[in-house]
Write a protein that binds this ligand. Structure first.
Ligand code: PGA
Length: 248
């Protein structure tokens, strides 16, 4: 299976001109791409501009969003539904990102409703799980991962992508060591297959991924792909990550 690279642009950049610049450079840099799958998760307001860059039949890079609401439409000021995203051409949606849990109080219950709403319209959810620095220091990493996995809606784990993102590694420049990431990977796969009876074909790693470390999460830690934040809006760096993984 080809590695999957998901770019999470977060709340960047501030102008459409910059979006155009980044996407043009990325597009040119990965022209001959074969061995990897790429998804770019843009801020909502830039999603409608996607067809400027990638035509529908040009399947090299797919479009994703960074969140969605669980209702299809109605009086929910400021929210965006999964169906709206689908209608704009999105195929993926990141859900339960630690920044949403932390800054917007998202609970497992809210995340579960979002997962169901996404699946209903055939958007592929990328569910983020991972321990905080406190949990890690108290030796509770596996307990947290198990709780997060077990609270996901039953029977859907085969249809979603899971991203292991240790919270302490996100945006800190302090990536999870390869052997620690490998242990988490094995643990997640064990829980999924033993207690949840799921195969999880796709398990991503995210947290301070860069062009130096990217390959090791695939080759040595056994992940099927990466969720890349900061490095994904630096075209040269992102292209390097893609090319390194292509050679994997
Ligand atoms: P980072 O972000 O690569 O900047 O650490 C990853 C993420 O938040 O998904």
């Amino acid at each position: 299976m080809k590695p999957l690279i998901v770019a999470n642009w977060k709340m960047n950049p501030n102008t459409l001109a910059e979006v155009r610049e980044i996407l043009s450079e990325v597009k040119a840099g990965i022209k001959d791409l074969k061995g990897v799958e790429i998804v770019i998760c843009l801020p909502y307001i830039y999603l409608p501009y996607w067809p400027e860059f990638f035509r529908k039949n040009e399947r090299k890079i797919r479009l994703g969003a960074q969140d969605c609401f669980w209702k299809e439409k109605g009086a929910y000021t400021g929210e965006i539904s999964a169906l709206m995203l689908k209608n704009l051409g999105c195929e993926y949606v990141i859900l339960g990102h630690s920044e949403r849990r932390k800054y917007f109080g998202e609970t497992e219950e809210m995340i579960n409703k979002k997962i169901k709403a996404a699946l209903k319209v055939k958007l592929k959810p990328i569910l983020c799980i991972g321990e905080t620095v406190e949990a890690r220091e108290q030796g509770k990493t596996f307990k947290i991962l198990e709780e997060q996995l077990e609270s996901a809606p039953k029977g859907i784990l085969n249809s979603i992508i899971i991203a292991y993102e240790p919270v302490w590694a996100i945006g800190t420049g302090n990536p999870c060591g390869i052997s620690e990431a490998r242990k988490a990977n094995l643990f997640i796969r064990k829980i999924l297959s033993q207690s949840l009876n799921s195969l999880t074909p796709l398990l991503l790693y995210g947290g301070s991924v860069n062009s130096e470390n990217a390959i090791f999460y695939i080759k040595e830690a056994g992940f099927s792909g990466l969720l890349v934040g900061g490095a994904s809006i630096i075209p040269k760096e992102f292209i390097k990550i893609v090319k390194n993984l292509e050679r994997a």
